[in-house]
Design a protein around this ligand. Structure first.
Ligand SMILES: [Mn+2]
Length: 312
């Protein structure tokens, strides 16, 4: 599978690497990690993301970041998706090209002609790393930086359950290839927007607790986003702070969008919150999941999901 995939990638006339909508550090880092290797060996490669305007700024130091476009090139014969569980997450329809699907979501719909889907991998970056290693490919420094970032980001800097010795072996090898752990942590974690910090301040003084303080919830209405100047991408992961409160087992964020609510769930690992997201056609993992609810009533939606968590 790894050899077949690599042969296809290396012999393609024009490859497009695609990251998922509302991109996070894993989808960007894994895409760019592969991009840098292909550039180095002289392949023709483009980068696509449907929601380019939402690219989180903290990853702007990765090679290829500024090359990500929200328009597909006129012709290409291979599409490689990184960290996408379904075609819907790419916003691309099948066409006159082959698809290699690189992912680690257990809910992956195996939409590729070749599917390299490793549910046990802690990040999509790990899957790209494995693909390169299985083919004895030298990892250039720029690629190592992107892959390390992807792995660090999706494991919340090596804190989540999926982290195992393989994760650290890969991280060690990527550092040998030129990634600098301190520099990456500084760039990703210590360049937060003021709007995001103000949103966090709002969250910390307005969250609610339920069921003997085992569930924490926060609602972000449109008004608070306007007041703080925060964008949807600024809300990413901030509810893990509520999950980190002693006694809290599950944290819930309800974010008002135009006609629906975006839900994010984080658990301490004991409760599998992906069971709730599956009911709403969403995706995710045991400790972190997200989905949309077709309602613009944030309060009612918050109650509905809190009841689902209680039932779990
Ligand atoms: Mn991921």
């Amino acid at each position: 599978m790894y050899k077949k995939a690599w042969d296809k990638i290396i012999s393609a006339r024009h490859t497009v690497i695609v990251s998922h909508v509302h991109p996070d550090g894993d989808t960007i880092g894994s895409s760019l990690g592969l991009y840098s290797v292909l550039k180095k060996v002289g392949c023709r490669v483009s980068l696509f993301n449907e929601t380019k305007e939402e690219l989180p700024k903290e990853f702007d130091f990765l090679e290829g970041y500024s090359k990500i476009q929200n328009k597909l090139p006129k012709s290409f014969d291979l599409l490689v998706s990184c960290d996408c569980g379904s075609l819907d997450r790419l916003k691309i329809k099948k066409g006159d090209f082959e698809i290699i699907n690189i992912d680690h979501h257990k809910s992956n719909e195996l939409f590729g002609d070749i599917n390299i889907v490793l549910p046990e991998a802690s990040s999509a970056g790990m899957v790209v790393y494995k693909l390169l290693k299985e083919n004895d490919i030298d990892i250039p420094k720029e690629s190592a930086i992107s892959l390390y970032t992807s792995i660090a980001e999706d494991t919340n800097f090596f804190r989540y359950g999926g982290v195992d010795e393989k994760t650290f072996e890969a991280a060690a090898e990527l550092i040998r290839c030129g990634a600098n752990a301190q520099e990456i942590a500084q760039k990703v974690k210590s360049r937060q927007s003021l709007a995001k910090i103000r949103l966090i301040a709002y969250m910390l003084s307005n969250f609610e607790l339920h069921v003997d303080a085992t569930i924490a919830s926060i609602i972000f209405d449109k008004k608070i986003l306007e007041e703080t100047g925060a964008k949807r991408s600024d809300t990413k992961n901030i509810i893990s702070m509520l999950r980190d409160i002693a006694n809290v087992k599950v944290a819930l964020m309800v974010l008002a969008q135009d006609e629906f609510c975006k839900i994010s769930l984080r658990s301490d690992g004991d409760i599998d919150v992906s069971k709730i997201s599956i009911m709403y056609n969403g995706g995710g993992h045991k400790g972190a999941a997200g989905f949309n609810v077709n309602s613009s009533d944030t309060k009612a939606t918050c109650k509905e999901i809190t009841d689902q968590i209680k039932a779990l």
